[in-house]
Structures are given as C-alpha cells and as structure tokens.
Design a protein around this ligand. Structure first.
Ligand code: SF4
Length: 237
C-alpha cells in the first residue's frame, strides 16, 4: 500500500486524537529528525510508533465483564483480519456461531459477507478487518441495549484507530448509529458517504437483513461499488 504524505498526516492525526481520548497528552519528537525534512517513510514510521496495536486493545479488553452481556457469552468475539486493512467492516454483535467460535461473521450472514468481499470486491477476506459494535452475544440474539453499546463502543473506537482503514463499512443500523452518533434510519444513511474521525464511512444493510430480504442485495452492491471506486478497485457490472 503506497500512502501519500497527506494521507499519512491524516492517519497520524486520527491516532493522536484517539491517544488523547485515552489520556495520552504528550508525545516525544523523534530525535535528530526535523519535521520539515521528514520523508513519507519517516512519517509512516512515526504514525506506526504512536499507533496502539490491536493486541494492546485486546489485552486491555481482557476477560471483560464491563457489561451484562458477559454473563451469557461463551467467547468474546474481538475481531479478525488484517491489522493494516484498507477496509474495516463493523457489524452489530456476535450471533450463536460467532459466540461458539470466537470469530466474527462465521454463520450464514458471515458467508454472505465473505461472498460480498471475495466475489463482489474480489479481495481475500483476510485482507480486510471485521469486528462488531459489541463483542459478546446478546442473549437470544436480541438487540444490544444502549448502555451495553456505550460500554463496549470505546473498544471499537480503538480498533478503528489502530487499523486506520481508508474506509469503514458500517453493516446495519447499530454500527451506523454507533459510529455516526445518528438515529437516522439505515434506509436513509446507506448509500451516502459519512465520516468518522476523518475516515469515510459507507453504511449499508447488515448481511443478516439481506438473508431475510434478498431483494436488498442490489442496494448493497451499489454501496459496495461506491467503496470500490473510492479505493480504486475495478468495478464490474
Ligand atoms: S459486550 Fe463488550 S463491554 Fe460488554 S462484556 Fe462484552 S466485551 Fe465487555
């Protein structure tokens, strides 16, 4: 991936904002390297040096019992994929299959998401990063409640800051509402570019919703095509 200096500067700013929110108020300048002469490579090195790793976020999450969803889960489903992904997908929360396996999007909805990524976007699923708003399965697959989302969301925010993707795809209303701090229906949010901490966000329907409403696949495909154009990926018909 070839980053330009403005992209790296934006990347760095995103991380600094995230660090400030975590209480890091000062960063040391790298010795003997004036900023005015810094190359793109050295900016990238610096951006990496201030970027919290996903492993650090996961370690901080630990065997979390910060909200009541801890009681019924089998596994925390932290997220998986490329820590330097260009595209980060955010879903709602683990279902039964995900809770059992500890991996996000492994059931029928997961297979559909894999098809969207690999057959639609024509990139390996391992090249993207996938996670959810809440990391533990809500009992009976109910919707996560407001306080559960609020408790877990800081870890999502740190994951996004760590991966620093070029695009976030918000799958369904919970992901879109959490990231965009909006209550606008997903039917109106989808298909339009939004922004989360300087990162373009494309909301679209959740794959589980597509399984119940296959006719909506056409809308999702147009949303995904917008993402592909943004990333410079070849878009078929
Ligand atoms: S949903 Fe999130 S905040 Fe709640 S217990 Fe699980 S990891 Fe912790």
């Amino acid at each position: 991936m070839q980053d330009t200096v403005p992209e790296l500067a934006k990347d760095l700013l995103t991380h600094v904002v995230a660090l400030r929110e975590m209480g890091v108020l000062a960063l040391e300048k790298a010795p003997d390297e004036p900023v005015a002469t810094a190359t793109g490579a050295s900016l990238a090195a610096r951006a990496t040096s201030v970027r919290e790793s996903l492993a650090e976020v996961q370690q901080d999450l630990g065997p979390c019992d910060r909200c009541r969803l801890a009681r019924g889960r089998q596994n925390i489903v932290f997220g998986s994929g490329n820590p330097d992904a260009r595209v980060l997908f955010v879903g709602e929360g683990p279902g039964k299959d995900e809770d059992e396996s500890g991996e996000p999007f492994v059931g029928r909805a997961g297979q559909l998401l894999t098809d969207i990524i690999e057959k639609g976007m024509r990139i390996p699923r391992a090249d993207v990063y996938i996670c959810n708003v809440v990391k533990c399965r809500p009992p009976g697959n109910r919707n996560p409640e407001e306080d559960e989302v609020a408790t877990c969301a800081p870890f999502l925010e740190r994951q996004v800051a760590s991966v620093a993707p070029e695009v976030v795809i918000a799958l369904g209303k919970f992901a879109a509402h959490t990231l965009l701090k909006s209550t606008v229906p997903i039917t109106r949010l989808r298909g339009q570019w939004h922004e989360y901490r300087g990162i373009p966000v494309m909301p679209t329907f959740h794959p589980a919703h597509l399984l119940r409403n296959p006719a909506l696949k056409r809308e999702v495909w147009t949303d995904i095509q917008q993402v592909m154009r943004h990333l410079g990926l070849p878009v078929g018909t």
